[in-house]
Design a protein around this ligand. Sequence first.
Ligand code: HEM
Length: 127
Amino acid sequence: NQANSAFEAIGEERLHRIIDIFYGHVAEHPELKDIFPDNLTETRRKQKQFLTQFFGGPALYTEEHGHPMLRARHMPFAITPERADAWLSCMGQALVEADVEEPLRSYMFERLQQTARHMVNTVDASS
Ligand code: HEM
């Protein structure tokens, strides 16, 4: 139900702000920066589309890119438990810095945490 979705509560402008702040942290993070492209413009744009639909807004990602198949799309990258934690720490900071209030902040974080765990595809950090 889109009228009652988390996306409605967050608002498009704030969701975009969260994602911009998030990639600012990713670009600086020692565990993450090497697996992301130097230019994050397109990554940011896709993530805005994806998280809009993930939180119950319009299916912008699917309309342009088809089924998300997120785990498959992450297979080219070694997603270790350490990198999942790093990703979540960047996102946790972004939620605070974008002034997302409780209980919305915890709701968003928990859903992202489940998805991040699901993305783990590599156990050894050296591989
Ligand atoms: C793409 C890393 C978790 C959503 C990517 C890319 C990397 C990456 C390296 C490719 C960026 C590019 O080439 O533009 C990671 C790591 C994660 C993680 C290390 C740690 C667990 C997540 C989670 C979500 C997510 C939890 C969603 C809630 C996406 C989306 C894309 C993407 C939508 C773009 C896919 C496309 O190319 O269409 N991620 N990711 N990722 N990630 Fe993640």
